[in-house]
Design a protein around this ligand. Structure first.
Ligand code: HEM
Length: 406
């Protein structure tokens, strides 16, 4: 007989802000050893790899992203009536499947690979001045600027507009700050400016397609069905939102780890073929996306528990990625690790990261260039980290030193 989840005596896990990241990871790892589910501050935290994956694959659990405004008790006509609010990230059911079917063919390994030379050029350009200096505040110098040119190139926006995208991204990202009452006007204004810009670009590509993602998305068609102009605008917005802060934080997490584990960095330097394994291990060990949220769209019975409609769950990627059932010695950072199940930092199920090939390519290219050009990488001061409750997380400041002139 299934039991109502609210009546079950579960361990409680809170976001103790005094904990360091390593302490938090160990806490979740220990918790996952004994319990697959715990009570968190806003809902239930899911800790085991199997349960995170199967709940994310169960389509009755809807993305909690659509609840952000409601969770903050924020409502305004202007906010909810924008057509771009229907983002792929928060749409569910038939509507989501349709968009995903149309756009997926544009996000192939091949389309990510065609940007690799560009990615290398961008990293090299960012490293040139710091390689002269022999030290860097790596977040500001490299991680922050790195993804913007890639997203611009992907969408087909020229170099002179990198600055504009960078500025718009700052305001559009305020959606994650938890303060919509104050931030909504700036977010809406930046969204409108981006839409106006993209409308021009879409018109240009419609009349003259090029070898870029925007042209692919315009021509993408599934059984005669195409994306409308509003849907194209919404996709461009989602790509900027989902593809920028994630990549820059993941790169910063990686370089922080390499500076803390010089023997692993030497392994990568001695064999650049390890770049792709290194990306997977970095994302497992220190993922920039620490978890996600879902709510029950109807009453759901799972593992003999009843989750009433509206119940919030938070699959913890940190806990799942350190699940001892799945990873041998999970608390050890080892870029030569092989033959494991995939980490969950790109999510799982129907919302699995659409940009995963692209993100992997961005990180692999950055790792190879960094391994070549920053010998003797080490910390040159204390790393400060963003608050652990941030949805997208990583170092705030990352001072590093290395041998000059490479
Ligand atoms: C290291 C970098 C990245 C990480 C860790 C990451 C992680 C994720 C995760 C966890 C999800 C699923 C969220 C959920 O289930 O609630 C997701 C979805 C998504 N990501 Fe990424 N992402 C990264 C880079 C990118 C890039 C570069 C792009 C852009 C091309 C991108 C585009 C998307 C899109 C469009 C979705 C929504 C897919 C859907 O809802 O069907 N991501 N990402």
């Amino acid at each position: 007989m299934p039991t109502l989840i609210n009546d079950v005596d579960l361990p409680v896990v809170t976001t103790d802000l005094s904990l360091s990241e390593a302490e938090r990871r160990e806490q979740l790892h220990r918790l996952a050893h004994d319990h697959w589910i715990a009570k968190g501050e806003l809902g239930y935290v899911i800790t085991s790899h199997d349960d995170c994956a199967s709940m994310l694959r169960d389509r009755r659990w809807f993305s909690a992203l659509s609840l952000i405004a409601g969770m903050q008790n924020y409502e305004s006509e202007e906010w909810s009536s924008r057509p771009q609010r229907q983002s792929i990230l928060s749409t569910e059911g038939e509507d989501h499947q349709r968009i995903r079917r149309i756009v997926s063919p544009a996000f192939t390994p091949k389309s990510a690979d065609r940007l690799r030379p560009f990615m290398r050029a961008v990293v090299n350009e960012l490293l040139d001045p710091i390689c002269e200096a022999g030290h860097s505040e790596f977040v500001a110098d490299v991680c922050e600027p790195y993804p913007i040119p890639i997203i611009c190139e992907l969408l087909g926006a020229p170099r002179e507009d990198w600055e504009l995208f960078s500025r718009l991204a700052v305001d559009i990202f305020r959606v994650f700050n938890g303060n919509l009452a104050e931030d909504a006007p700036a977010i809406i204004a930046a969204g409108d400016e981006m839409d106006a810009y993209m409308l021009n670009l879409i018109a240009e590509r419609r009349s003259e397609p090029r070898d870029d993602l925007l042209s692919d998305l315009i021509s993408a068609e599934e059984e005669g069905d195409r994306l409308s102009t509003d849907e194209l605008l919404s996709m461009a917005n989602a790509i900027l939102l989902a593809g920028t802060d994630t990549t820059r934080n993941q790169l910063a997490c990686a370089v922080a780890l390499f500076a803390q584990h010089p023997e692993q960095f030497e392994l990568l330097r001695s064999d650049k073929n390890l770049a792709s394994q290194a990306v997977e291990e970095v994302m497992r060990y220190l993922g920039a996306v620490r978890g996600t949220g879902r709510y029950a769209s109807e009453e759901i019975v799972y593992r003999d528990f009843i989750f009433p409609r509206g119940t919030l769950i938070f699959p913890s990627f940190v806990a799942a990625n350190h699940d001892a059932e799945k990873f041998h010695e999970p608390l050890v950072f080892d870029i030569t690790r092989e033959g494991t199940v995939p980490h969950l930092t790109f999510g799982s199920g129907i919302h699995y990261c659409l940009g995963a090939f692209l993100a992997r390519a961005e990180l692999q290219e950055a790792f190879s260039v960094i391994a070549n050009r920053l010998p003797n990488l080490k910390l040159d001061g204390e790393i400060t980290w963003k608050p652990l409750q941030n949805g997208i997380w990583g170092p705030e400041h990352l001072p590093i030193g290395f041998d000059r002139g490479h």
